[in-house]
Ligand binder design. Structure first.
Ligand code: TNX
Length: 559
């Protein structure tokens, strides 16, 4: 594939195809202004939000029109006197203050919240580690949960029940009405994630934090960062410093690349943790390692440094599986990454190592799996790891395009669990349609319906629901160069994958999903978030825009 270079920045919806974001990365103010304008167009007249409009669809919704409640300017947010619950309350206040302009003080009294919003921790764990109950009555809103994570998910639901203008970064005159009734909710799968490839193109910390926000909105609870590849090594490793100083200085198309310092990375991890999102770092081995070999030729099979790589081919590079030094390198790197990782998982890649075959590949993987176990973490890898021996807790990320996979099935029989990322449904780097200016099509075109219409519980033949840990939507970034382009590829498909991971199968219904999803266009527009106005979604009051303009030439991206 030729290097695509920058493409037109996607626009949001608008009746005339307005929201013309510039051909290059727009500055935040431009993006926000155009989005606000589009939001203004979309918001007139505002349709009332219904209790059942939430994405992902809740387990149970019982509307009670007599319970509609208008958020008053003097509303107070009350939370259980627990630090984690209070943090969620503070987060809610921060979400609601900009658009309402209300002070929304947070208190830690356990008094009932008359005329306010209460976040209450209780002992009822019948809704599991992430469930919550949300009740809107004429007296206010109460969210109850057994955990702060449950309260946090309830807050995301509450946000969606307010009018779309709640996403505005500046005060808006609006009736902040919430629909009455009760929602009882808990996820179908415990693992719901997205992957961002920061190796093919590097993205700043701020961009990653914004992606975390998008995950949290849709109750996704894992961010997988693809930190290393042929085109760049993005995470500082003190014991092998040239990985970033040399290996981090390139990216697809010849741009400057970049890397995260450990402080940067910790910032991402803690920002994610505050949003109940666990970060999974991936160090891709033994293939996809050209950047590491440029930095440390001793790891290369011929001990010669290859030239830096800024193209988009795969499968040509590998660390020397026959050299002990390689395993020292892996132990050092994974040891330092594990120390940066509060979550349980380390992802070791394992895909497309076309030049390391058979027993050599399996032996390499088994040894690397043991190194992960020595760090105290649990191994995750692409499903190519399947033939290697099982280790406790092993998770395979399945990215096939055909549900018949005997090797993966056999690994599941030996105890592996699966994260499902079927290439032809969940790969958000695939184009929406033939005219999408970004992305690839090797796994097919993925419109919103295709992203939505599959069942993780029965997708891989012979793999039972119980062996499925959950779902993940990967975004590879060979052709994606800016935050606006990330958002254009994620939205509106990410909510489709989120719904497959969260909602009971019984709620699965394309026509209903499409209608609920449509209500999110005005929210994204109001928040200044770019998205693809996909024609298979009935966006309110606005015909779909033409797709963004295709790139005609390759120039270095503006940073
Ligand atoms: C396959 S999926 C890859 C990546 C590419 C992607 C592009 C997987 C584990 N490997 O190296 O970026 O296709 O769609």
């Amino acid at each position: 594939m030729p290097s695509p270079g920058p493409t037109a920045t996607p626009g949001g919806p608008g009746p005339t195809g307005s929201m013309p974001l510039s051909a290059h990365e727009p500055d935040a103010a431009t993006l926000a202004r155009s989005a606000e304008q589009a939001a203004g167009e979309l918001l007139a007249p505002p349709a009332p939000v219904r209790l059942a409009d939430v994405v992902p669809a809740p387990q149970q919704v019982e509307p009670d029109p007599a319970g509609d409640w208008l958020l008053p300017p003097d509303a107070v947010i009350v939370a259980s006197a627990d630090p984690a619950a209070l943090t969620v309350a503070a987060h809610l206040a921060e979400l609601l203050r900009p658009a309402t302009g209300y002070p929304l003080p947070v208190t830690d009294t356990t008094r009932p919240a008359a005329g306010g919003i209460a976040l209450v921790l209780n002992d009822d764990d019948s809704l599991g580690a992430e469930g919550y109950r949300l009740a809107v009555t004429r007296a206010g809103v109460t969210i109850t949960a057994a955990t702060a994570t449950g309260l946090f998910h309830g807050v995301q639901t509450l946000r969606q029940l307010l009018p779309p203008a709640i996403e505005s970064p500046a005060p808006v005159t609006e009736r902040w009405m919430l629909p009455g009734g009760t929602i009882t909710d808990a996820p179908r799968f415990s693992y719901r994630g997205a992957m961002l490839d920061v190796a093919r193109h590097f993205f700043d910390v701020e961009d990653v934090l914004r992606v975390v926000d998008h995950l949290a909105r849709y109750k996704l609870n894992h961010l997988h960062l693809h930190l290393t590849d042929d085109q760049g090594w993005r995470i500082a490793v003190d014991s092998w410093p040239r990985l970033t100083t040399v290996g981090g200085a390139t990216e697809v198309g010849g741009g400057p690349g970049g890397h995260y310092t450990k402080a940067d990375y910790r910032r991402i991890v803690s920002y994610a943790a505050a949003r109940h999102v666990t970060v999974i770092p991936e160090i891709d081995l033994p293939g996809h390692t050209n950047a590491a070999l440029v930095a440390y030729p001793e790891l290369a099979p011929d001990k010669v440094a290859p030239p830096p790589y800024t193209g988009t081919e795969v499968g040509f590079s590998y660390v020397d599986p026959a050299d002990e030094r390689t395993y020292d390198f892996i132990a050092d790197v994974l040891g330092e990454i594990a120390a940066l990782t509060p979550g349980p998982w380390l992802h070791i890649g394992g895909d497309e190592a076309f030049k390391v075959k058979g027993a050599v590949y399996t032996g390499f993987v088994e040894r690397t799996q043991r190194i992960v176990a020595d760090t105290g973490k649990t191994v995750v890898g692409w499903h190519q790891l399947a033939p290697a021996a099982h280790v406790d807790g092993r998770v395979l990320q399945w990215w096939g395009t055909n549900g018949e996979d005997p090797a993966t099935l056999e690994a599941v029989r030996r105890g592996a669990r699966l994260i499902l990322s079927p290439g032809n449904h969940a790969y958000l780097d695939m184009k929406y349609d033939p005219d999408t200016p970004l992305g690839q099509d090797w796994a097919g075109l993925i419109d919103v319906r295709r992203a939505y219409d599959w069942d993780p519980g029965s997708h891989v033949t012979g793999v039972p629901d119980a062996a499925v840990l959950g779902v993940e939507a990967p975004l590879w970034t060979e052709s994606v160069t800016s935050l606006a382009e990330i958002e254009f590829m994620l939205l509106p498909r990410l909510p489709a994958i989120a719904e497959l991971g969260w909602s009971p199968r019984a709620t699965h219904d394309w026509a209903a999903f499409r209608d609920r999803l449509a209500g999110h266009g005005p929210r994204w527009a109001a928040a200044g978030i770019a998205f693809h106005p996909a024609p298979d979604v009935p966006w309110p009051a606005a015909p779909p825009l033409p797709a963004p303009r295709a790139a005609t030439e390759s120039t270095p991206r503006r940073r």
